[in-house]
Design a protein around this ligand. Structure first.
Ligand SMILES: [Mg+2]
Length: 225
């Protein structure tokens, strides 16, 4: 690998605490769901948090699972919660150290890119709300692609590189999720960096290639800049 020309980032749990997004939603709907099920809001909120913790974050069955555990099998209510979750727009901010790192990398002349899974509309909202609208030279929202072309496919990483005109072997990619963020960048020749700010720090390692380097949070990456 020659010297770095570009550094890419995942969004959720890499640049900000995605768990806060879910927690504010659970708090907002707990009273109403509790009212419909005849349960205390605190019990509903606790069960939603437990499902979030037990399942892979962002799991498509999150609301069905939590409602089933609360004794309700109401697909319409689960679907309603999913739809409202996608429209949820709480105030959010990046992790400490995220903006200084991005600014320092840019000052060094490195190009910056984003590769993020998840619903494209909500991911675009998050980028704006986090104040990152002009932070990246290339942004790839894989929700715009068919499922097979999202992470862990190498495709979205190649789209970012092509957008920048930079070969993958001159890039680093920073992410948190061992299922999606390290193997494809490594296979493309990128330097893969894992941050353990999110829930995956406590989960068993995934099969396949891990990151070349692991850091506790973005403030430990000052040497890249
Ligand atoms: Mg992530």
């Amino acid at each position: 690998m020659g010297s770095l020309l570009a550094v890419g980032f995942d969004l959720d749990y890499t640049l900000w605490d995605h768990g806060r997004f879910a927690e504010t939603f659970f708090a907002a709907v707990a009273g109403e769901v509790g009212g419909r099920l005849g349960l205390a809001p605190a019990r509903v909120e606790a069960e939603l948090r437990r499902a979030w913790r037990d399942l892979t974050p962002g799991h498509p069955r999150l609301f069905d699972t939590a409602l089933a555990r609360l004794g309700s099998a109401d697909p319409a209510l689960a679907a309603d919660l999913v739809a409202r979750y996608r429209r949820h727009r709480p105030p959010i901010r990046p992790y400490p150290g995220a903006l200084p790192l991005l600014e320092a990398l840019r000052r060094k002349g490195l190009r910056l890119f984003l590769v993020t899974d998840g619903g494209a509309a909500v991911q675009r909202y998050k980028v704006e709300a986090l104040g990152l609208a002009s932070a990246f030279d290339a942004r790839v929202f894989t929700g715009d692609f068919p499922a097979l072309l999202r992470k862990p496919s190498p495709f979205p990483f190649l789209v970012a590189c092509r957008g920048l005109g930079v070969p993958p072997r001159r890039c680093a990619f920073v992410g948190d999720n061992p299922e999606t963020d390290f193997e494809a960048p490594r296979c493309l020749g990128m330097l893969a960096i894992g941050v353990t700010t999110g829930p995956y720090a406590e989960l068993p390692p995934a099969a396949g290639l891990g990151p070349h380097r692991r850091v506790r949070d973005l403030r430990d990456l000052e040497d890249l800049a």
